[in-house]
Design a protein. Structure first.
Length: 233
């Protein structure tokens, strides 16, 4: 079989906790979003309106706000200086829309102030995407032909995904911190709104913790296999 170690009980021991965390994080983000997307915010301001207010307040009038396809596909593109909001966020005047729109503006502010970790993550993204696939191919090829050197090379390539996950978490948390500060400074949230925004941002943050745990558990399992091959050699 191409993936013989999928039947290794040790793989489950490494991957199952991270997988369960990922499933819990996904459930929490969806349930929190559903809850607060039904609650109208104090100012009755839509996500796109909130984004424009916050962008203007931070001198980012050059940043365009565009629609994004899909659900919860909101993001900021630092290369094109474009903030994209999904239909559910852009058009709804909900507490969830406030939090998500402000979070993406937080990334635009990070870009404006040349936030180091955002710059590092942006630089890592294309390299990591290619390196992860190359790492998996090299690792599996090394396992199949029992060549430990190729296995370790694959691990080195794959480890970039772990570095990327560790960098991403503080970037996202910083954007959420900035989001809450901006919403308060511009008077866009009341006491009840703040609690909802915090809940939405906290749930989203957990998904990045889960992604980091998954990448790390996968890497540790690969290292375990490589060490086992080294002892056999």
């Amino acid at each position: 079989m191409f993936f013989p170690f999928y039947f290794d009980i040790r793989y489950l021991l490494f991957s199952l906790p991270a997988l369960l965390l990922a499933l819990f994080a996904q459930w929490r983000v969806q349930s929190t979003y559903r809850k607060y997307s039904r609650i109208r915010n104090m100012r009755s301001i839509t996500g796109v309106e909130a984004a424009r207010v916050l962008l203007r307040a931070n001198g980012l009038t050059h940043v365009e706000v565009q629609p994004a396809r899909g659900v919860m596909s909101d993001h900021y593109d630092p290369r094109k200086k474009v903030l994209r909001l999904s239909k559910g966020v852009a058009q709804n005047a909900s507490v969830a829309s406030l939090g998500i729109a402000a979070h993406e503006v937080g990334h635009a502010v990070q870009d404006q102030v040349d936030y180091t970790l955002l710059r590092v993550r942006s630089g890592l993204a294309p390299v990591v995407n290619l390196g992860t696939w190359m790492g998996m191919i090299l690792f599996f090829a090394g396992v199949l032909i029992q060549l430990s050197g190729l296995v370790w090379l694959g691990i080195i390539f794959f480890s970039g995904s772990v570095v990327f996950a560790f960098v991403t978490l503080p970037v996202e948390r910083d954007a959420s911190r900035r989001a809450l500060q901006m919403l308060k400074a511009e008077g866009l949230v009341g006491t009840t709104d703040v609690q909802g925004v915090q809940a939405v941002l906290s749930a989203a943050s957990l998904t990045y913790v889960a992604a980091m745990a998954q990448a790390l558990s996968q890497l540790l399992y690969f290292v375990l296999l490589a060490r086992g091959m080294g002892r056999r050699d």
